[in-house]
Design a protein around this ligand. Sequence first.
Ligand SMILES: Cc1cc2nc3c(=O)[nH]c(=O)nc-3n(C[C@H](O)[C@H](O)[C@H](O)COP(=O)(O)O)c2cc1C
Ligand code: SF4
Ligand code: FES
Length: 596
Amino acid sequence: MILSAETHEKIREEISHFPHARGALLQALHFALQERGRFDKEVFAEIGQFFAMRPDEVAEVVSFYSLFNQPRAQAVVQVCTNLPCCLKGARGIVRELEQRLGIKAGTATPDGRFALEEVECLGSCATAPVVQVNLNPYLENVTAEYLATILDSPEVALAARRPAPIISTVPPGVEGYLLPPDGERWLSLDDYKRHGGYQAIVKAGQMTPKEIATLVRDSGLRGRGGAGFATGVKWGFMPPPDGGPRYLAVNADESEPGTFKDRQIMERNPHQFIEGVMICSMAIEAVAAFIYVRGEYSECYRLVRDAIRECYNAGMLGEHALGFNRRFDMHIQRGAGAYICGEESGMLESMEGKKGQPRKRPPFPAVRGLWERPTTVDNCETVSHVPAIVLRGADWFKAEGAKNSSGHTLFGVSGHVKRPGIFELRLGVKMRDLIYNYAGGLEEGRSVKAVIPGGISMPILRGDQIDVAVDHESLRTVNSLLGTAGVIVMDDRTCLVRVALVAARFFDHESCGQCTQCREGTGWIYHTLQRIERGQGVKRDLEVLADCCNFMDGKCICALADGASWSARAFFTQFRDDFEAHVAAGKCPFPESFEV
Ligand SMILES: Cc1cc2nc3c(=O)[nH]c(=O)nc-3n(C[C@H](O)[C@H](O)[C@H](O)COP(=O)(O)O)c2cc1C
Ligand code: SF4
Ligand code: FES
């Protein structure tokens, strides 16, 4: 036995939460990695015994997840180099660290003390640049000078802490219902109850499941995970109960670059999130809910897990769950670094302890979801709206938003603005207001060249389109989409070929490779953009890019390929001049732009 008795005990305890042991596989691998610092055949064999898996089957799962495949070192310094962090100088941070450590990103020092990695969006774009050492709490708003102070030894790097600034606010004049006011954090059961918490689940307990679903359908709540599907309508897709288990799977994977709102809910108001999970589960008559949090969000994982434990200890979950009049269970799982595990069916695969490769549909999750049983997938923010809807009613919720876009949302603003952050506001706020009023506008003398309205997969807008309202219907009129309401702002110095390149690199990196169009198409787009950015592009490249997008769009198993093609197509149609200027000049004509 090479893993400690304590780790064995923790794995057994984890397994006890799942109807099928393998639901605990990823967490077991996290435990093993934490103890051993690396994987090898012996660890795979020992872990495999818990799950009736061969060592090579365990190794295959491990190979899928980036957090399980980092360079081996005592302290792995991971620098986010996705777009919002690049706009704030992440490339300079990587260069500085490479010089100080004497290694290239993606490698480790020969003594195994440090490794340096470039990683995709860490979900903290308002505090860019962001660094994470191993799975410790993030180091936010970092500078090269600060990082120099933590590189004395791996021990110092691992002990480094910078209090995470609270970057989410309910602006004056807004009556918030998602975030606590004044930067407060309501972490304990008592905190939340003192502010009216857990009254909605009691009220919901006096309604039938159908009445709750009808209320939410009538409120017009649409999913906040990116697709904007009507939540109450989706619940209606669950088949009638057949006596077997049914589940709610909650998506807190939050990996879409430019999106960092779910983290604010989990770190500031975890019990409202849990109450939302309980009510949604009641509406779909689920026996249990499983929450999937991205692996890097170690603080969210800890806070939500602790809040769930508090509820169990208070008798609000388990045998006689509050409001349910029956048994109801809730458990939290963590991912291990793969954007595609945010796609609902990829997430279900990952929750079952497999590689997070999306499933072909039909059958949809409502028919065959977790462990082949009926399952609804809802996003973390989506469920967090539900307690307020139950308490205040459908008409109130509708009046809080715009036409076909009910309620508030947590708008994230990052990039070239003075006060990046999360703002709880009604859907339908003007993009100009969001940028200039709430996020403080741009640096003196600068103007908006481009805005991505809802996470990097959403089509980009030009600076002359920012009078649009930010809601589902209005954004369609300018050929874009609301997505996750994560707004990335770029000023007039920005090279849009570089922006397109960062986006394309992300999709190429994150494609799970199942579909030829996505696997090959994301690679072609990335490499073509690399050539154009280096000044080696030719005119025909723009046609090749358009062909690639047509070849991918709507032809694959999941919507990653659609997002990749929509975003690429919008870059070169909205900012064609930037692309043609690169080809004509044989170099990047924007010397003041951010570095990639
Ligand atoms: C590539 C890809 C990544 C996604 N990532 C996330 C994510 O990180 N979080 C999320 O809630 N939804 C994500 N989604 C959307 C989910 O598939 C799903 O629509 C959502 O979780 C449903 O919840 P909602 O209806 O409450 O929005 C992603 C979709 C795709 C195609
Ligand atoms: S579209 Fe891309 S990410 Fe989605 S299943 Fe196919 S290859 Fe995987
Ligand atoms: S945290 Fe770096 S881009 Fe989001």
